[in-house]
Design a protein around this ligand. Structure first.
Ligand code: HEM
Length: 347
């Protein structure tokens, strides 16, 4: 990605940064979970689009799930058919990856997440049995849980920083202070970067990629005068909680990373005013991995380049840049087209 951006910096053409970020997270997740890249270019199916469609479908309101008699509405909307099509395409892809791992067997030099699942299946040492469809579903979980969330956070972060040049400058200054190597910022170096972490927290506050955290009540609850029966499905609205003025102040809607500098809020879901990774037993298991990837990627993008967004004179700027797509994850609606130029400190 960095090479592609460096090339672009010497031309006057804009780059689709959203596409590059999706490709990066796709490659990293594939390498970790499946042992190698299954790049967007190499894959015959349009992976980015397929993921987007799946996220939209998962976020759609299935009337029939709530009012059985109206399930025909979902059929007319084509919801069931579209869901079947997308799931089939995904499952065929994952089955192909699984078969590749089985065929390679002992010849394989690397050991990845799929190999680990196959070993559990073969050795039956964990006290439970995994069949092939369980493995496919776990792979899908990692894909859906890890890829678009991480990509979405990076995409919003770059957009917010470009729309707030004062924050971009402050972040660049911090990175230049800590990075010893001109061209590359390492995982070790980002550890000391407090402002970088504050920027990411602020992005996750305003744009939690999973804005609705679902739960099913295990017992009857009385909440603010309402009786809610055990078994009811409830959605915890992290998006609204993160913008609540009574807890975040009158400027809750504004992008102000500095608000996190003095607040020791972490991601473990213990403080219910900030829950981008959920909370409790189902807390996201990918926090450490996601944060490492986001911090290093963002630090390197901001260290190496100065950024300008493409000017769109005929549109209301904020409407364009802040527009959210519909779906179970809140990603940006329109791709981010940018002009990178090499930062003078890295020349
Ligand atoms: C910025 C990045 C990410 C965000 C904001 C995020 C957010 C979330 C949220 C809100 C949940 C639901 C938690 C709950 O119900 O309490 C979740 C679950 C999950 N996440 Fe993440 N996630 C991110 C990255 C990742 C990554 C990188 C992976 C794996 C590589 C991952 C894997 C999962 C899995 C497997 C679950 C389901 C856990 C369960 O149901 O027990 N996530 N994530």
């Amino acid at each position: 990605m960095m090479e592609k951006l460096e090339k672009a910096s010497s031309s006057s053409l804009p780059v689709n940064l959203s596409e590059s970020l999706l490709s990066l997270t796709n490659n990293v997740i594939c390498r970790i979970a499946m042992g190698r890249k299954y790049s967007l270019e190499e894959n015959p199916m349009d992976f980015g689009n397929l993921l987007r469609t799946l996220m939209e479908l998962l976020g759609a309101f299935p009337v029939g799930d709530y009012i059985r008699g109206l399930a025909w509405i979902d059929k007319i909307r084509g919801l069931d058919r579209k869901m079947e099509e997308v799931s089939r395409t995904f499952m065929e892809f994952l089955e192909g990856v699984l078969q590749e791992h089985v065929d390679e067997g002992e010849k394989k030099e690397t050991f990845d997440f799929v190999d680990m699942l196959l070993r559990i299946q073969r050795d039956k040492t964990n006290g439970f049995e995994l069949d092939r469809s369980d493995i496919r579903l776990i792979m899908l979980d990692i894909f859906l849980g890890g890829m678009t969330t991480t990509y979405t956070t990076l995409d919003w972060a770059m957009m917010r920083l470009m729309r707030h040049p004062e924050c971009m400058k402050k972040l660049q200054d911090e990175i230049h202070t800590y990075s010893r190597h001109k061209f590359y910022v390492s995982e070790e170096q980002v550890e000391s970067m407090k402002y970088l972490k504050a920027v990411i927290k602020e992005v996750l506050r305003l744009h939690p990629p999973g804005p609705l955290v679902p739960r099913q009540l295990s017992e009857d609850v009385k909440l603010k005068g309402y009786d809610i029966a055990a078994g009811t499905q409830v959605l915890i609205n992290a998006w609204a909680i993160h913008r609540e003025t009574t807890t975040w102040g009158p400027d809750a809607e504004e992008f102000k990373p500095d608000r996190h500098l003095d607040q020791p809020l972490d991601f473990s879901g213990q403080d219910f005013k900030f829950i981008p990774f959920g909370s409790g037993r189902r807390l996201c298991p990918g926090i450490g991995f996601a944060m490492a990837l986001i911090e290093v990627t963002l630090a390197n993008l901001v260290n190496r380049f100065n950024w300008k967004v493409e000017i769109r004179p005929l549109r209301d700027d904020d409407q364009y840049y802040l527009a959210e797509a519909t779906g179970i994850e809140v990603c940006r609606k329109f791709p981010l087209f940018v002009f990178p130029s090499l930062a003078s400190s890295t020349l």
